[in-house]
Design a protein around this ligand. Structure first.
Ligand code: ZN
Length: 419
């Protein structure tokens, strides 16, 4: 249960993607990983560990083997979760309330954000000595709520109410004129309000994670998708088993909005990093590409467990359960990258790690979601498998997952990174 508790702490301290990456950096530095900034020429030694980042929301970390590498063993996950972005000029006055104007980032279950304490986290930019600099912001107190309409005022609420993101989902901030939202943000960022040049601020739910169930079977927490996999990959990479490969973690931002950003999986981030590593090792383009041929990618993003009241929503013969082990995902139209060879490789790794695996397909009449594996492979074309940990209520403000699956996942990553 220690790992599960550590995960809940990691999630609590990571209210935005900026904080996820900042907390990963802290853990990696303690574990002896050296930071190599993008845009600098890199010096890389065998036997050492490194990381780089893009936009402070995506991060790639890797461990060098003791001698010449056979390829890259990459595991990927995403740093973002659905949330509400606070708009520019956010204060909306009306009656007794000042509300904050927001818009959706990703596809959350709207109703789950109602009637619970919320706050704000992200970053602002200010003028620094070398141009624009960023400052993390975390208003670490109960600040906001999006109140439901009373059942007496809308009898249809329990029959499937259609929430309007602009009308129903704005949180109340305060009652009357006084300190502005910008002034409050500046205070928490440690800057003056008129120093702020730009902002990326998101609502987050204040609820801490819980371990629940008669025998502590389950975790309940915000952002389990995909911080459970991010955290697991990080722990696997830190295990520092000797390897013949370059062991690599690639954490991408913007998966929830299609990955098509400078720092998303549909960018050159991963291919750039592989090129710069090759350059630092004195490899030519062809030599590096040959090394990539012998590489492998595990794309890790949480999977749907069978819902206790809605078994009919799951595929008839592939029904992942919580605490049932790592889920291997398959898709006829190749939204998931697993095939006979890569699923076979994954199953061998599971066997070696002494853990169970299970399988996921969408029902044939349900479109299902997508993830970053196939997008990443379109840029760096290596054999790849899509996996995840089973959870319930994906994209709810509070999600539920098995409390034992994370240990299995870390065991799997440790074996993978020890190849
Ligand atoms: Zn996800």
């Amino acid at each position: 249960m220690a790992t599960a508790k550590d995960l809940l702490t990691f999630i609590k301290e990571s209210p935005s993607a900026f904080h996820v990456i900042s907390n990963m950096e802290k853990e990696l530095s303690i574990a002896g990983f050296h930071y190599l900034p993008e845009g600098h020429k890199w010096d890389i030694q065998y036997g050492e560990s490194y990381y780089t980042k893009r936009n402070d929301t995506s991060l790639i970390a890797w461990r060098m083997p003791e001698k010449e590498a056979r390829g890259f063993h990459i595991a990927a996950a995403h740093s973002d979760s659905p949330a509400f972005l606070v708009k520019e000029n956010p204060e909306v006055a009306g009656g007794q309330y000042i509300r904050l104007n927001t818009e959706k980032y990703g596809g959350m279950i709207l109703s789950t954000w109602l009637d619970r304490p919320l706050s704000v986290a992200g970053r602002v930019s200010i003028a620094g000595e070398n141009g624009v600099e960023s400052r993390l912001v975390h208003i670490d107190r109960d600040l906001l709520v999006i109140p439901s309409l009373a059942i007496h005022m809308e009898r249809k609420l329990n029959a499937g109410y259609e929430y309007n993101a602009q009308k129903d989902m704005l949180p109340i901030f305060t009652e009357k004129e006084g300190k502005s939202f910008r002034e409050l943000v500046a205070e928490y960022a440690g800057v003056e309000p008129d120093e702020i040049l730009g902002q990326e601020l998101y609502l987050y739910v204040r609820d801490e994670g819980h371990i629940i169930g008669r025998d502590e079977e389950w975790l309940m927490s915000p952002r389990l998708d995909d911080l459970q996999c991010v955290y697991g990959i990080l722990q696997g990479l830190k295990s520092k088993k000797p390897s013949e490969y370059i062991s690599m973690a690639a954490i991408f931002h913007n998966e929830e909005v299609g990955s098509t950003t400078r720092q998303g999986a549909d960018s050159t981030f991963l291919s750039d990093v592989l090129a710069w590593i090759g350059e630092a090792l004195g490899m030519g383009d062809g030599e590096r590409r040959r090394m990539i041929v012998g590489s492998f990618l595990i794309s890790a993003d949480n999977a749907h467990g069978v819902h206790p009241a809605h078994k009919e929503k799951a595929d008839p013969t592939n029904q992942p359960v919580l605490n049932g082990g790592v889920v291997i995902k398959f898709h006829g139209n190749q939204k998931y990258t697993s095939d006979a060879m890569t699923a076979g490789t994954l199953r061998l790794l599971c066997k070696e790690a002494g853990i169970s695996s299970q399988t996921y397909h969408n029902r044939s009449d349900i479109a299902g979601g997508s993830t970053l594996g196939n997008i990443s492979v379109s840029h760096v074309s290596v054999p790849s498998v899509d996996i995840g940990l089973a959870q319930l209520a994906m994209h709810s403000a509070m999600e539920t997952a098995g409390s034992r699956d994370l240990d299995d996942f870390i065991r799997l990553l440790t074996v993978y990174y020890g190849k």
